[in-house]
Design a binder for this molecule. Structure first.
Ligand code: NOJ
Length: 595
């Protein structure tokens, strides 16, 4: 039995996030109100009633700031503004008000490891020249070799290619991601102060908190001569002692302790969740109460539909949360990984493989393995019930409530993800666009939306990304192409089908609100159930995952080919039908109230 006694929203509203359902909006692909082909902020506001009916507690908006979109908006030109392609500050204020009126909180994405190369301070750094105070805000170094024409280190950036780019005066700047994303120098006090200003700016505009991008990367130590012993991508990201020159250094926590003081000036205190790909033994540091408060636990997002993997991930996630004094987070999909409805329909690979098989399938435009959509959907239904009864917060990625599969066959010349453009990298990966295709809202292919499944209007409307003189012209095509089969997953179609994924999510979220106990303890009911049942159809180990919460709310999932019996109690919700004799079939979850 794992038992964590901690406050929850029920006892202290300022801790609303401890067991919240947070819905991730990827704004460019959510809803386009102007026909620009890009989703916009007004589109999120327009869909607040949908999100309210879905039953989410908060939305997290991926970056919507001015950006040239070299990395989907994670290349920020101006941290304290809305991208004119997506709207205005007035649109943001309206969104915050509308969401709050509906009881939905707003979390914005903050990108503190790097800006874009169009940021005013980066342009000033290039213009300022070596040794200038402007240059000190970023990480510039002289190159190696007699003419300094070799990069300072051999590092390969996250999306491929060298991690250093040379400027005309001969110096090189560091970018752990694309060359359009120069890394900030967090030793510079102006950088630190400017981010504090940005935090206050969004909190003063009604944001309730932040998702912190690359939270483990800010503090760097480049004043040493063993830099080439390390890499930007690879295993040594999980060094466990804070000595890596780029990641998870101990000093990074000073930054978050400073941020926490700012967060605590607000009532209720601002919330934050760290994106920190660090060794599990150090995740708790980011989530501790004097720092960000919560950290993403990506274990579910990394794994296939394997009973023992999930069981271990739950145990470890709960233990890590207990160590930080926070609650765990559960994430199956986000804008960086192939959608889980597809992952679960592909051949399953035991152990965390970082989606090697799914990535290969994408690289070959969905031809190298057969995707069994029916199986993927059945497992996704079972998975969400298993996830939503767990203690802690659940992060739902837009479209997963529709059971949307990955779009594997986007033509290569229409891709946007930088991964797809790098000569070496794109031989092993196609990138992340397949989970970022604009959402289908309406099944019928009508002239009213130019055949975009309700994503865009048919004709342009003056507003985000559309000038007054362009109004009335035919809308642009969605920025990534939607396949014809998106009609089957459209929100309006699922709305009218009681058995749809959307209606399962709605029922589950509604029940979760009534059933969620105020404590975060969990009792396993399945200790001896991993190996007593036959293996599953595609080689996975059989067994069930079953647990109960302190109030008798229980979740039971069967991974095995053999139907499993259920404990005494009342069935509250099931992800699929039981067998004729009342047993739990493979790939099915039930929620029960135990006697
Ligand atoms: C993590 C974000 O989730 C990802 O989309 C982005 O490419 C990198 N950080 C760089 O900002």
């Amino acid at each position: 039995m794992t038992s964590i006694d901690t406050n929850t929203a029920a006892t202290d509203p300022s801790l609303w996030w401890k067991q919240a359902v947070v819905y991730q909006v990827y704004p460019r692909s959510f809803k386009d109100t102007t026909g620009s082909g890009l989703g916009d902020i007004a589109g999120v506001t327009a869909k607040i009633p949908y999100l309210k009916e879905l039953g989410v507690d908060a939305i997290w908006l991926s970056p919507f700031y001015p950006s040239q979109l070299a990395d989907g908006g994670y290349d920020v030109d101006d941290y304290r503004n809305v991208d004119p392609k997506l709207g205005t500050m007035a649109d943001f204020d309206e969104l915050a008000q509308t969401a709050h009126a509906a009881g939905i909180r707003i979390v914005v994405d903050i990108v503190p490891n790097h800006s874009s190369n169009q940021h005013e301070w980066f342009k000033a750094a290039v213009a300022g020249g070596p040794g200038s105070p402007e240059r000190d805000r970023y990480i510039f170094r002289d190159g190696k070799g007699p003419n300094g024409d070799q990069p300072p280190t051999d590092w390969i950036a996250s999306f491929g290619g060298p991690a250093w780019t040379r400027v005309p005066d001969g110096q090189w700047y560091l970018h752990m991601f694309t060359k359009e994303q120069p890394d900030w120098n967090w030793k510079n006090p102006e950088v630190r102060a400017d981010f504090i200003r940005t935090l206050r700016f969004w909190l003063d505009h009604g944001a309730d908190g932040f998702r912190v991008d690359v939270a483990h990367g800010l503090a760097k130590d480049l004043e040493r001569d063993d830099l080439d012993d390390f890499t930007i991508i690879g295993d040594d990201m999980s060094a466990t002692d804070g000595t890596h020159p780029l990641y998870d250094r101990n000093e990074v926590h000073d930054i978050y302790r400073e941020w926490r003081k700012v967060f605590n000036e607000y009532n209720p205190p601002a919330f934050a969740v760290a994106e920190a790909w660090v060794h599990p033994s150090r995740q708790y540091l980011y989530a501790s109460t004097d720092e960000l408060g919560q950290v993403f636990n990506f274990e579910f997002a990394k794994m296939d539909w394997i009973r023992d993997s999930f069981h271990t991930a739950i145990e470890e996630g709960l233990a890590a949360a207990e160590r930080s004094g926070s609650t765990s987070t559960w994430v199956m999909s986000n804008h960086d990984v192939p959608r889980h409805a597809s992952r679960y329909g592909l051949p399953q690979v035991p152990s965390s493989s970082h989606h090697q098989l799914a990535k290969d399938w994408l690289l070959r435009d969905g031809t190298s393995y057969t995707e069994d959509r029916e199986k993927g959907s059945r497992r996704a239904r079972a998975a969400i019930l298993m996830e939503l009864a767990l203690p802690g917060s659940a992060y739902v990625y837009q479209g997963e409530e529709l059971g949307l599969p990955e779009v594997a066959d986007i033509p290569w010349d229409q891709l946007e993800d930088p991964t797809a453009f790098h000569r070496v990298r794109n031989q092993s990966e196609k990138g992340r666009d397949g989970c970022r295709v604009p959402l289908p809202w309406v099944a019928a292919d009508t002239s009213a939306d130019g055949g975009t499944f309700g994503f865009s209007p048919a004709a342009k409307v003056a507003g985000a990304g559309v000038t007054a003189s362009e109004a009335g012209q035919p809308a642009e095509k969605p920025h990534l192409p939607q396949p014809a089969w998106f009609a089957d997953y459209a929100a309006d179609k699922e709305d009218s089908d009681p058995a749809s994924m959307l209606n399962l999510y709605r029922k589950a979220l509604q029940l979760r609100h009534t059933m969620m106990p105020t404590d975060t303890s969990l009792t396993w009911l399945d200790e001896d159930r991993s190996s007593d049942l036959p293996d599953g159809a595609d080689g996975q180990r059989g067994g069930v995952i079953a647990y109960r919460r302190s109030n008798g709310w229980a979740s039971i999932t069967n991974f095995s080919m053999s139907p499993a019996d259920l404990p005494e109690g009342t069935i509250l919700l099931a992800s699929g039908p039981l067998t004729d004799d009342g047993l739990l079939p493979q790939d099915t979850t039930v929620w029960m109230s135990l006697n």
